[in-house]
Design a protein around this ligand. Structure first.
Ligand code: R1P
Ligand code: URA
Length: 287
């Protein structure tokens, strides 16, 4: 039995941060960072049945084409993904009354619709990219056994690849769901190796007043290769989503609207329109 301080359940039977009740959870959920993006997704539902809001976690559940689906905002960063993935999995796979793990596990389908910056000249602003795999340089791997995820990669290649990342930075690799990559193949998005960072400024090679203490950081990352894949874009959640998805048995795929190109130093002139387009393409795809 899982203790009441390990798995905190609110007095109305909902998960501590997400405030979702186990009975409300659909199998297919779109994940966004920005809470204001939630209604931009749920406007495409045929019917919205539940709206929940606690902190940065806004959830809308409903139906589209006869299927129960949902959209949840995570807020920014891998620490939030840790909370979201753990609570979603608990809602799916723990009996909230007995606090026991269920013997039959549910497999959720989680699809991130996010924004990102490209680190390759040939991945232009206003393009769309699907993350085939992701590199996490946040410190979640210091606490979870993400090494399991490395089994998806060639270990010799990983060792060489890792040398390109700053020495004292945490590092893990994780992969998208092959099944979901195949399913969304006809969108024909650029396929990439996403780098998920624990911050937006220095961890993404930006300098405002404070200087990055790692020299040639972006250049080094941009120029290395993992097999056929080259690091393509920077954002802040994908690696954690994929790592937890793999360990907890959920299928995850991350889509990115590329709003910045860090080589040409361009930023999209229509960022809101681009994320709206991406939402429409993804949600209307085969649903
Ligand atoms: O647009 P979202 O999904 O929030 O994603 C990206 O944008 C945020 C930073 O501006 C980070 O969360 C990053 O991952
Ligand atoms: O450069 C960018 C743009 C959007 N989101 C990010 O995390 N980075």
């Amino acid at each position: 039995m899982i203790s009441s301080t390990d798995l905190i359940i609110n007095s109305n039977g909902t998960a501590y941060h997400l405030a979702i009740h186990p009975d409300q959870l659909p199998n297919r959920i779109f994940m966004v960072g920005d809470p204001e993006r939630v209604p931009m997704v749920s406007q495409y539902f045929d019917k919205i049945t539940d709206k929940i809001h606690k902190r940065e976690f806004v959830s809308h559940f409903g139906e589209k084409n006869g299927e129960r689906i949902g959209v949840i905002s995570s807020g920014i960063g891998p620490d939030n993904v840790e909370i979201v993935m753990t609570e979603l999995d608990a809602l799916a796979n723990i009996n909230f009354k007995t606090r026991e793990i269920k013997s039959h596990k549910r497999k959720l389908q989680l699809i991130r619709i996010g924004t990102s910056g490209s680190i390759q000249e040939d991945i232009p602003v206003d393009s769309f990219l699907v993350s085939k795999a992701a590199i996490g340089i946040d410190n979640l791997s210091d606490f979870y056994d993400f090494d399991e995820n490395l089994k998806d990669f060639n270990s010799d290649e990983v060792e060489v690849f890792k040398q390109n990342f700053p020495k004292n930075t945490s590092f893990y690799l994780s992969k998208s769901s092959d099944e979901l990559v195949k399913k969304y193949k006809n969108l024909n998005f650029i396929e990439g190796l996403t780098v998920s960072t624990p911050g937006f400024y220095a961890p993404q090679g930006r300098e405002i007043r404070l200087k990055n203490n790692k020299k040639n950081y972006l250049e080094q990352i941009r120029n290395c290769r993992l097999g056929q894949l080259k690091p393509s874009n920077l954002e802040m959640e994908t690696a954690a989503y994929y790592a937890f998805g793999k360990l907890l048995g959920h299928k995850v795929l991350s889509f990115n609207a590329i709003l910045a190109n860090r080589v040409t130093k361009e930023f999209s002139k229509k960022p809101d329109f681009q994320i709206e387009r991406l939402i429409e393409l993804v949600i209307n795809y085969e649903l």
